[in-house]
Ligand binder design. Structure first.
Ligand code: B3K
Ligand code: ZN
Length: 896
């Protein structure tokens, strides 16, 4: 099938075990950029658990066939096709040798074997291994691998692959070789090799059981000074997984390699993780607090995959969330633990709030559009399109709900049973759920719907206080509201929802909770098991009407509809003992105000703001009992994208006007408090990426950003200029530049120019910092005289711009299309035309990156009619021109 024919839909219900198994794989590479020859020797046998097949069908793409042999004898009965190779009439068990070649230098897709900065790298998940050699490239075929790499010794002094190095030496003609052996069976998607001029930071540690382990972080020589944090993060990850889950590193050596051309964040190849430089390299001058935290999270995530993904892998790609949802949950718990210890609830809440923000902004939107799919999808055209927020983030929420239901100990029991049963296997989401159910003696049949139903559940809450009976009843009703058609198709019945609740008295104290039928009160937060369409829970012994604190700590990935009054929200923001719900109350208050203002802006009415939000925010800002990081989160307004999605018709211009208006009001009314917060949160001395110091910087820089909204931003310009000049770290420098750009847009005066030029000159040799330089400009506010699209178009012609580098493409194009809604959705449609040009250009180079960009228009039907028509036209142009399966799946679903 060629890519332009009708695309094949792969369905979960069609799963069949492979007709053959491959027990061992021996690979020999002669690495040459333009033509790498790969000899693959496979021990193959018929799968006793599958239907008989005469022929062996292997997948292969973009490969040149050189020859085949069976049991050492050349074999002619081989047919090659565009997407694979068939070996005809094979015996029951045999050794197959296939020799082929590929062209890594010409591989701009960054899938398979490719060259970046003169070095070789691989990316095999999901289906890249077939671009290296012919194979049963599916995760339920697990084999042990040995790999021999041969290459020029000067050009490629370092030769790495999975597992342990068992031999190395010189060859004639200035060449050398290295032979690697991975003792663990693995699917082909976990294969990796790296070859080139790299250096490593090394550390030796003892694992929990006392075995010596060699840890390495490999980078280009000039980046060696930016590896310490990644190494520390790796060591912390190893220790945390030992303590929390009793899981040890199983190899003698664990390597991380950084590469600057990479489609996503990182990849968990067995023993040889390959990372986007963005998630490895950091020092105070080049990386922000957010970068430091992201590196820790991604290093943890990939390391944790060693057990959840590699030792136990997925039977098929529909089960992707089995490893991704679980591993995201593990990395979230790890980051929470690192930010304040496993038991510090306030510090954990900060991480929880950040994660929920992402979920609500990105996953809820995905679930409301044409790409909506269950955590375990039913079908796909291109699997790379299903590495989604739903599979990752909602998948993580589903895993978290087991822990909410069974507690940390019960969850651990389930994990232990999962590994006891399935170590070394390729399994399904059902297997994981069964382990959790069996370990905790619970029936989780209904819980399965979390895996099979798409869409965001909505829970309507009504309450009733009976003064005479001293009872308080909470009635919960669940449904899905009116989500997308794609989601509705999957919805069959009510979910099993852990709904955490607390009741608060007039003084702001938690009430002890006793449900009808219980002998005594137990605790002040109760996880209700909500399993029916509608259910009433009655609390007894309630002396006065309480205020409910609903869905504490966001105990399920749902939307809660409850009609709080503004004063009630302000009260919760001031008193709720659940830090997540304190934050939530403030967000509800702000969202309500912002949406009302957006409606007025859309109708051309003048904007006016109530006092409720100003006084609530003022209390938070000046409440010294709250941590700076909590205050920062609570004082941050919901994003424009999130707000636009809450409107019946998304109107980015109206949302922008409303949000800017509120920012300016808050800046003006609280000016003195912002200035005081700025002064009080400076962090003198050497930079430290600790959560505490980062919290101070975060609040200080938020204050600066509000101050830059003032009609006369002279204070902000003065502070930002001084901060820029004096900064000893990237967090402060970038925040200062951002505030200057904001003030520049507001005043029309060139106040940011000098800093912008300095920034470029200072960091010209640091690609990750230059990405920030592009991104700050792409997300800046535009003015009538200079809309941001003009800046972006000019930057596309900048010498440092390179469409082939995904980080650079993301820093300019994605930042503009996905993170600057008011400018991107300009009424003249210029943003959409630009988007279409870039999707089409990327489609020819790198379909995976192109498909990600294509997704930024998928919610087009939800916008105002004038924008909708222009978006449709852009989508239709793209649909007519693109060739890749990846982009076609996205635009065809969007237009369907
Ligand atoms: N498993 C990889 C993602 C692979 C994406 C393929 N398109 C990284 C991760 O989730 O850890
Ligand atoms: Zn992952």
């Amino acid at each position: 099938m060629s890519d332009t024919a009708t695309p094949t839909v792969i369905r979960r219900e069609d799963y069949a075990p492979p007709a053959f198994l491959i027990d061992t794989v021996d690979l020999e590479f002669d690495l040459v950029p333009e033509r790498t020859v790969v000899k693959s020797t496979l021990r193959v046998r018929r799968n006793p658990a599958a239907r008989h097949a005469d022929n062996l069908e292997l997948m292969g793409e973009q490969l040149e066939f050189i020859g085949a042999a069976i049991d050492g004898t050349p074999y002619e009965h081989v047919r090659t096709q565009e997407h694979g190779l068939t070996v005809l009439n094979v015996p029951d068990a045999f050794t197959l040798t296939l020799t082929g070649a590929c062209d890594p230098a010409a591989n701009t897709t960054l899938s398979g074997l490719y060259v970046s900065s003169g070095n070789f790298f691989t990316q095999c998940e999901a289906e890249g291994f077939r671009r290296i050699t012919w194979f049963l490239d599916r995760p339920d075929v697990m084999s042990t691998f040995t790999v021999t790499l041969r290459a020029d010794k000067t050009q490629y002094p370092v030769l790495l692959s999975n597992g342990n190095l068992i031999e190395e030496g010189d060859l004639p003609d200035n060449r050398h070789f290295a032979k690697w052996e991975d003792p663990f069976r693995k699917p082909s998607y976990l294969f990796a090799l790296v070859a080139g001029k790299l250096v490593a930071l090394e550390e030796r540690i003892q694992s929990g059981s006392g075995k010596e382990k060699l840890l390495q972080v490999w980078v280009e020589p000039h980046d060696l000074d930016k590896t310490r944090h990644a190494m520390d993060s790796l060591i912390h990850s190893i220790r945390w997984d030992e303590q929390r889950f009793g899981l040890e590193l199983d190899l003698d050596r664990f390597m991380i390699v950084a590469v600057s051309d990479f489609n996503m964040g990182a990849m968990e190849n067995k023993g040889l993780n390959i990372f986007n430089t963005k998630y490895v390299l950091a020092n105070p001058e080049t990386a922000t607090d957010v970068d430091f935290a992201n590196i820790e999270a991604v290093v943890g995530h990939e390391y944790f995959h060693n057990w959840t993904g590699n030792r136990v892998t997925c039977r098929d790609w529909f089960q992707l969330s089995l490893k991704e949802g679980l591993t995201v949950f593990r990395d979230q718990e790890f980051s929470a633990a690192m930010s304040g210890g496993d038991e510090n609830e306030a510090a954990r809440a900060t991480k929880r709030i950040e994660d929920v923000r992402v979920l609500r902004q990105m996953q809820f939107a995905e679930d409301a559009g044409p790409m909506a799919h269950p955590v375990r999808p039913e079908s796909y055209v291109e699997i790379n399109n299903f590495y989604t927020m739903t599979v990752y983030e909602k998948g993580s929420e589903v895993v978290r709900m087991y822990q909410t239901l069974f507690g940390r100990d019960g969850f651990r029991k389930g994990m232990d049973l999962y590994f006891q049963r399935h170590d070394g296997q390729a399994v399904t989401c059902d297997d994981f759920r069964r382990a959790m159910a069996d370990a905790n003696g619970r029936d989780l049949a209904q819980f399965e719907r979390w895996y099979s139903q798409a869409g965001t559940p909505r829970i309507a809450v009504t309450t009733r206080y009976d003064e005479a009976a001293r009872t308080y009843s909470v009635t919960l009703s669940q449904g899905y509201g009116n989500g997308s058609a794609a989601a509705r198709e999957t919805q069959k019945g009510p979910l099993h929802i852990p709904f955490a609740i607390g009741l608060i008295d007039a003084n702001g104290a938690d009430l002890p909770l006793r449900l009808e039928g219980e002998a005594s009160a137990q605790g002040t937060t109760r996880v209700l098991e909500f399993t029916e369409t509608q259910q009433t829970f009655t609390f007894v012994d309630v002396a006065a009407r309480p205020l409910p604190s609903l869905l504490r700590n966001f105990s399920a990935p749902v939307i809660v509809d409850y009609d709080y009054g503004n004063d009630e929200l302000a009260f919760l923001l001031a008193h709720d003992s659940d830090p997540f719900n304190r934050w939530e109350a403030g967000q509800r208050l702000a969202t309500r105000e912002l949406l009302a203002l957006a409606a007025r802006a859309a109708a051309g009415q003048p904007l006016q703001m109530s006092d409720a939000l100003v006084s609530a925010f003022s209390r938070v800002l000046t409440d010294a009992s709250l941590s700076p990081s909590f205050r920062e989160l609570a004082l941050m307004l919901p994003s424009e994208t999130y707000l636009a999605e809450q409107m019946s018709e998304s109107d980015p211009a109206a949302v922008h006007a409303a949000r800017q208006f509120v920012r300016k009001q808050l800046a003006t009314a609280l000016k003195a408090d912002w200035l005081a917060a700025y002064e009080r949160n400076v962090t003198p001395g050497a930079y430290e990426p600790t959560p505490e110091a980062a919290g101070h910087r975060g609040l200080k820089n938020l204050a600066l950003s509000y101050l830059s909204e003032l009609d006369d931003p002279a204070d902000a310009v003065r502070l930002a200029t001084a901060q820029y000049d004096a900064a000893n770290n990237m967090t402060d420098r970038a925040a200062a530049l951002s505030a200057l750009l904001n003030a520049q847009a507001a005043t029309g005066r060139d106040v940011a120019r000098a800093a912008l030029e300095d920034f470029y000159a200072r960091f010209e040799k640091e690609p990750l910092v230059i990405d920030k330089w592009f991104s700050l400009q792409a997300t800046q506010r535009g003015t009538a005289e200079r809309p941001t699209i003009e800046t972006v178009r000019a930057l596309m012609r900048h010498a440092a711009f390179n469409l082939k580098n995904p980080n650079r493409a993301r820093s300019l194009i994605f930042s503009f299309c996905a993170a600057n809604p008011a400018q991107f959705h300009a009424a003249d449609g210029s943003g959409y035309a630009f988007w279409a040009d870039q999707v089409i250009a990327l489609d020819a180079l790198n379909p995976q990156v192109a498909a990600r960009l294509a997704r930024t228009l998928e919610l087009w039907r939800r916008f105002t009619p004038a924008l909708r028509d222009k978006m449709r036209a852009a989508l239709e142009r793209v649909a007519a021109e693109v060739k890749s399966r990846d982009v076609r799946e996205i635009v065809e679903k969007a237009l369907a």
